[in-house]
Ligand binder design. Structure first.
Ligand code: ZN
Length: 269
């Protein structure tokens, strides 16, 4: 969930699918389900632990679906930690991240991890924002929009809500028979929720950067930068996301930057 992929500055790599991010996002549901039905023998890393602090995981069948989802993202985080970014990129991105965090009145506990990963930005475990060093190559306002979008996922508790949806369909112990039986409907509902969350994060990001004195054009420029992408299992296509931003700007609450600064930037109820 919650991914941006490098497009500007030649940052996008061509993979087997023609777009490595597509392979990633389409595979998320499968990865989670596969992990649910197979014993895991991987290593994971504690999101809050110092770099390089790994915990050996005891082999065995995973417990509830929440544990599986958590493990899935911890494994991804561990893999991302391996890709160290340049100090210069870290400095640029961290400065933007700090500015975005300062624009939110009640900053939550959020960890920023800058890597060389091809996915330009994503949020993991509901508290870690991962940014590719390619983000350092964007103009400041666009970089802030991307980071503010990811902060939106964190602030609005999207990870928790997705976990609740999974638990609704897989309430007890994870077993192959039950998981396979619900996989189709779960996948459909999870995809719908993910799309809803992406648009909500876009709205959050737009409101936040408007409050910082930037313009909707900066958010639109970020989308242009990443190119016209189609719908995926987890993300609405670029056309829908751009149309959503235009619709937000046409709404009375966001029709002027001054109003947006007051209405848009504040804790959610
Ligand atoms: Zn997102």
């Amino acid at each position: 969930m919650a991914t941006w992929h490098a497009g500007c500055g030649g940052g996008r790599e061509k993979g087997a699918s023609g777009w490595p991010g597509l392979r990633l996002v389409l595979g998320l549901w499968l990865i989670w389900i596969v992990q649910a039905i197979q014993p895991l023998h991987a290593h994971e890393v504690d999101a809050g632990a110092p770099r390089g602090t790994f915990h050996a995981e005891a082999p065995g069948t995973p417990g509830g679906i929440a544990e599986v989802l958590d493990r899935s993202q911890r494994m991804r985080l561990a893999a991302l930690r391996e890709a160290e970014a340049s100090p210069e990129a870290v400095e640029v991105i961290r400065a933007s991240f700090n500015a975005v965090m300062a624009a939110w009145p009640r900053a939550p506990q959020v960890t920023l991890l800058v890597t060389r990963a091809p996915v330009i930005a994503e949020s993991l475990l509901g508290r870690v924002i991962v940014a590719s060093e390619a983000l350092a190559g964007l103009p400041e306002a666009q970089r802030r929009f991307v980071l503010a979008h990811e902060l939106g996922h964190v602030i609005e508790g999207h990870w928790t809500r997705m976990g609740l949806l999974y638990r609704k369909h897989v309430p007890g112990a994870v077993d192959p028979e039950h998981t396979q039986a619900v996989a189709h409907v779960l996948g459909r509902e999870a995809s719908a929720l993910a799309h809803e969350q992406e648009l909500a994060a876009d709205a959050f990001g737009l409101r936040l950067i408007l409050g910082m004195g930037h313009e909707v054009g900066d958010a639109l420029a970020a989308f242009r930068c990443f190119g016209a992408l189609p719908d995926t299992a987890t993300h609405p296509g670029t056309r829908k996301r751009v149309a959503h931003l235009h619709a937000l700007m046409a709404s009375p609450a966001l029709s002027s930057p001054t109003t947006a600064a007051v209405v848009g930037v504040g804790p959610q109820p």
